[in-house]
Design a protein around this ligand. Structure first.
Ligand code: NAD
Ligand code: UDP
Length: 310
């Protein structure tokens, strides 16, 4: 049994990770400021004596005794990370700095939840970890993209300078139950719109692509990466099946049997045109690959939103 800190543990991915780690028998400290996460996501675990909830903001330092840190704290949806861009940068830079300081002090191991966004609007397809990316450092997404790039830099520098034991997961679009109703990302938007008979909002022409990973696959990938022998270099975690946003809309409409109509809205600035992970490294180093097809994952997610909308 290990004592494990999960920052952002009350969020969408974090809450699934916390639940998984508790099932594995670990002691879990969930640290969150509840900006986009909620205590409701962990309410079903409230009687678990091995779970401790800490209300804290990672832009401030914290002292804890732990063996491992999964550092997830950061709003992930463009709507939320652009709400207060300066705070997003602080969360990524100061937050990661503080978690690295803590890791160093207690000689723990830290995993950073980085993102496919560090590849920006990629000129290489699919994206391998060796690709340096195509990021606009001035645009509205840069508080997040560049914030995560600096977070990765901090991880590497603490590793080289202080021999801190690091893991960097580059997470691609992930979806599933416990995304907030107002999350604003495409899968939750489309399901909520379809279930409530509202128009499905397609940004641009809907020809841009994404690759969608179901949350249980992602959690399995994070845990294997954390516990593998040694893996300092970043690892892509995502589902390599690629879909256009229009294809996603049609799948959601079919599965929800919704009569909603598609409406076209302007494409947000710097919206990446294509995105798909090359997961050769994860397969080779972790023996990991996603198991859940998009259709199955959507079928598991739709009832959650239907319940939330009641
Ligand atoms: P989320 O918004 O549901 O969860 C983020 C959590 O972090 C929330 O509980 C929020 O309250 C908390 N948080 C935010 N700022 C904080 C701060 N300053 N101090 C303490 N807590 C703070 O998002 P998610 O989808 O669960 O993403 C989790 C992590 O995974 C994020 O770091 C995100 O960048 C990364 N990621 C997610 C995806 C995805 O598709 N879901 C893709 C790439 C990377
Ligand atoms: N998108 C859309 N309608 C929505 C929300 C998003 O067409 O209601 C598009 C968005 O422009 C992007 C893709 O879906 O091309 C994925 O957006 P999301 O915000 O989920 O994630 P990210 O852009 O960070 O990959």
């Amino acid at each position: 049994m290990a004592r494990i800190l999960v920052t952002g543990g009350a969020g969408f991915i974090g809450s699934h990770l916390v639940e998984f780690l508790l099932k594995e028998g670990h002691e879990v400290l969930c640290l969150d400021n509840y900006f986009t996460g909620s205590r409701e996501n962990l309410l079903h675990l409230r009687d678990q004596p091995r779970l401790e909830m800490i209300r804290h903001d990672v832009v401030e330092p914290v002292m804890l005794e732990i063996d491992q840190i999964y550092h997830l704290a950061c709003p992930a949806s463009p709507v939320h990370y652009q709400y207060n861009p300066v705070k997003t940068i602080k969360t990524n830079v100061l937050g990661t700095l503080h978690m690295l300081g803590l890791t160093k002090r207690v000689r723990a191991r830290i995993l950073l939840a980085s993102t496919s966004e560090i590849y920006g609007d990629p000129l290489e397809h699919p994206q391998r970890e060796e690709y340096w990316g195509n990021v606009n450092c001035l645009g509205p997404r840069s508080c997040y993209d560049e914030g995560k790039r600096v977070a990765e830099t901090l991880m590497m520098d603490y590793h080289r300078q202080n021999r801190v034991d690091i893991r960097i997961a580059r997470i691609f679009n992930t979806y599933g139950p416990r995304m907030a109703l107002n999350d604003g990302r495409v899968v939750s938007n489309f399901i909520v719109q379809a279930l409530s008979g509202k128009d499905i909002t397609i940004y641009g022409e809907g020809k841009q692509t994404r690759s969608f990973c179901y949350v249980s696959d992602l959690v399995a990938g994070l845990v294997s990466l954390m516990n593998c022998e040694e893996q300092t270099e970043p690892v892509n975690l995502g589902n390599p099946e690629e879909f256009t946003i229009l294809e996603l809309a049609h799948k959601v409409l079919a599965l929800t049997k919704s009569a909603s109509t598609l409406v076209y809205k302007p494409l947000p600035a710097d919206d990446p045109v294509r995105r798909r992970p090359d997961i050769s490294r994860a397969k080779a180093k972790l023996g990991w690959q996603p198991q859940v097809l998009l259709e199955e994952g959507l079928k598991a997610t739709i009832p959650y939103f239907a319940e939330k909308l009641k």
